[in-house]
Write a protein that binds this ligand. Structure first.
Ligand SMILES: [Zn+2]
Length: 252
């Protein structure tokens, strides 16, 4: 039964991952995401189900369009695999619980908004609304976190970042709103953890880019993908890591 469910989650992750690629491509172009068949962006040839099977089509077609042989970005199978990993992670951490469903939705949103942020340098508002709604749903349905913890989470990082965005700049409003809704979802402890993880990973990335001379000190790095990474790590492992850290701290 356990294995059966895990395979089911894997398949759902792949199928939704494939749909996320459609969203990442179509939302910035303001194309409809529910109608219309998928097509090759180079030759415009309609794709059939053999071309659209998540990950496997990419492997069977050796990463090229079947019709025009243009290379397909490895980003497509990457998004599908990442989404699948998140869904399986949510199931393994939360089990058969409403939290699994909520965090699958949240992870998919974070993956899509991260790639749109990388491409366009902005985070569409609809993702803030969906993650906010997930936070409200969790407040109503589960009692795992006091509402005060969520309320503090809403403002703990977002308000200081709002001040920095207004007074200093360098931080987008999309990032501030993302920190607010994720803070409400996770509560103050985990959003602090997520923000720390996001800052550290962004700093490491910036140093690597500077060494490779791809980025100058002034060039802007989108922060959305790092916040997303931090939020996913915090949601799945945050409590365990914080508890382990406190144990070490108090046993000294
Ligand atoms: Zn093509």
């Amino acid at each position: 039964m356990e294995t059966f469910l895990l395979v089911y989650v894997l398949l759902v992750g792949l199928i939704f991952g494939s749909f996320l690629n459609v969203l990442i491509y179509r939302i910035p172009l303001k194309l409809t995401v529910v109608k219309g068949r998928s097509f090759c962006p180079n030759c415009n040839h309609n794709l059939n189900w053999l071309d659209l099977f998540p990950v496997f089509s990419f492997l069977f077609l050796s990463g090229k369009c079947r019709y025009c042989r243009t290379p397909i970005s490895p980003r497509y199978p990457f998004v599908e695999l990442l989404n699948t990993l998140c869904y399986m992670g949510a199931y393994l951490v939360f089990g058969i619980h409403i939290s699994t469903l909520v965090y699958c939705v949240v992870c998919s949103c974070l993956i899509v908004l991260s790639l749109i942020d990388l491409d366009e340098g902005l985070i569409p508002d609809r993702f803030h609304f969906i993650i906010g709604a997930c936070g409200i749903l969790m407040t109503v349905v589960t009692k795992d976190l006091p509402i005060v913890d969520r309320a503090i989470g809403l403002v703990a990082i977002s308000i200081p970042m709002l001040l920095i965005a207004v007074l200093v700049g360098g931080m987008g409003m999309g990032d501030v709103k993302l920190l607010a809704v994720c803070g409400f979802l996770l509560g103050w402890k985990l959003i602090l953890f997520a923000f720390l993880a996001a800052s550290i990973s962004a700093a490491i990335y910036a140093v690597i880019m500077m060494i490779k001379k791809a980025a100058h000190r002034k060039s802007e790095i989108p922060f959305g993908p790092f916040i997303s990474l931090g939020v996913i790590v915090a949601a799945f492992f945050g409590n365990n890591i914080i508890n382990a850290y406190l144990n070490i701290l108090f046993s000294m």
